[in-house]
Design a protein around this ligand. Structure first.
Ligand code: AMP
Ligand code: MG
Length: 267
């Protein structure tokens, strides 16, 4: 999965990343689904260790254009995890109170505590994406934010948080199909916003803003992965595999039990 990780300081051009890539799973979708099931079982074990150990914290950031599959990935990748230890935080248009504070204020409140897994469905990166593309604050404000974000994430990392960030990469044609599917399916229509079409018109601006995010904020302590996301099953496999590899790297162990439990009898 290292091929999808962005090296710190590397200039990213999304044109060089094939959104339809499925090359790391040789047998295609059927093999992918089988692998996903195994990864899910392993994630369940690892999360149990993380929760029991009450030491490490895991923060997962999901970003992507509309329809890129953030919600779908959350449903499929995390369904094996114990709800006791996982939480999803979704970031929407900021409220008035949130706008009265610095842009990281609302984000810091949602970061994981010890033993917890938190998934950010959108994140502080919106403050250099939609905010930049739609001119919501002056350039001199948003351009400082890349450094501020790196510093913020460094603080989290230095205080026990493992951070993994996924950009779900779809191409423009795929988005067209998915938006159309939302319109056509009565069960999906509620997700369709006319405003999504305005964002779609700004596709190139968003891609450029994402390229800057990936080039400037992939760090040793909080790496970005560019996930090929045209194929949903492959997207799920890549995310799951990265999470398994990351958690296995932490060397998690169950905490020591109380002493002399062998002689204890439950009457
Ligand atoms: P959704 O994720 O589809 O429910 O939509 C949430 C909306 O909130 C998206 O259109 C985001 O661009 C928008 N949003 C999230 N964070 C911010 C932010 N900091 N400033 C402006 N809009 C935001
Ligand atoms: Mg939306």
């Amino acid at each position: 999965m290292k091929t999808y990780r962005v090296s710190p300081g590397k200039k990213v051009s999304l044109r060089d990343h094939d959104a339809s890539d499925t090359s790391l799973v040789e047998g295609g979708k059927r093999d992918g689904e089988a692998r996903l099931a195994k990864l899910g079982a392993r994630l369940e074990e690892l999360q149990d260790l993380l929760y029991a150990g009450h030491q490490h914290k895991l923060l997962i950031v999901l970003q992507g254009m509309d329809t890129a599959g953030k919600d779908g990935a959350i449903r499929k990748v995390f369904d094996s995890m114990d709800p006791l230890g996982i939480r999803v935080a979704s970031f929407k248009v900021p409220t008035e109170v949130e706008l009265d504070h610095d842009f990281l204020w609302r984000v810091h409140q949602q970061v994981p505590g010890k033993g917890e897994v938190v998934v950010f469905n959108r994140s502080h990166y919106e403050d250099v994406l939609v905010v930049r593309v739609r001119d919501l604050v002056p350039k001199k404000v948003w351009r400082e934010r890349y450094d501020q974000i790196n510093d913020f994430e460094k603080l989290l990392a230095e205080t026990g948080t493992t951070i993994v960030k996924f950009f779900l990469h779809i191409d423009r044609d795929e988005q067209k199909e998915r938006l159309q599917a939302r319109l056509d399916d009565p069960a999906k229509r509620w997700k369709f916003r006319k405003g999504d079409l305005d964002d779609r018109k700004l596709w190139d601006d968003y891609q450029a803003a994402y390229e800057d995010v990936l080039s400037r904020t992939s760090t040793k302590w909080a790496p970005w992965y560019v996930v090929p996301a045209n194929a949903k099953w492959y997207r799920n496999v890549v995310i799951s595999q990265v999470l398994v590899d990351t958690l296995e790297g932490l060397g998690l162990k169950y905490p020591k039990a109380e002493e002399d439990l062998d002689s204890v009898r439950v009457d």
